[in-house]
Design a protein around this ligand. Sequence first.
Ligand code: NDP
Length: 246
Amino acid sequence: MIDLTGKVALVTGGSRGIGLAIAQQLYAAGAHVAIVARDEERALKAAEGLKGKGRAIAVKADVSDAAQAEQAVERVERELGPVDILVNNAGFTRDGVLARMSEEDWDAVMDTNLKGAFTMMKYVSREMMRRRSGRIINITSVVGMRGNRGQANYAASKAGLIGLTKAAAKELASRNVLVNAVAPGFIETDLTRDLTPQAREAQLSRIPLGRLGQPAEVAAAVLFLASDLASYITGHVLVVDGGMIA
Ligand code: NDP
């Protein structure tokens, strides 16, 4: 049984999809949870949906903006205490073929998916290092490991996140701050809902388990990495993809 009683968890993009499932599972394990997202109303609704012993708050912030990310961390520390578990989950796609991809689409995806994670890690890790304890879990993607047509920006951001995870794992290990990544495959969320039936079929045919993953199945991997069970794991990328890239 995983027990995170009293721990403070910050989940970016915790208002829906995979992030919401992560927030729910960390909360159910006893953590106090801060949900960081741009749409405040949805984040509030998600936080209000967490009912139990712990505290849950919603913090409006765009993680691609360093000043907003820093303020979000300050607010969480003020209201819940220093962060024990940081989950960098906020991310999105803006697909297009490389030759026609705009600089704006490149920057937007990199700024949230990669720079957003870097900024959050920078501000959260200071207190973690001082306290000689902490867990950071970055949500990357199998696309960052294998690439994908039409997703040069997204694949680069997710591959970058793996490099960031490994560098930070080495840098922070002496302070007992463990940094890992979870790489989901094809998970049923808003992000994948708009695929054409043909694209969905094509993806399904590549998944040995024969079905899409559920957000809760990704969250379970995060919960494990956040727990005492994972005390000797750092710099690892845990793939949760139904066997897709095996
Ligand atoms: P969703 O689109 O369902 O949710 C994304 C979440 O991130 C929302 O809560 C959104 O809230 C938040 N968010 C987006 N941009 C920002 C920002 N700049 N600042 C703060 N919050 C932000 O996505 P998923 O749940 O599907 O994906 C979650 C993560 O998992 C992403 O990093 C994604 O790349 C990754 N992933 C998903 C896969 C899948 O198949 N679904 C597969 C592999 C990886 P708001 O809009 O209010 O800001």
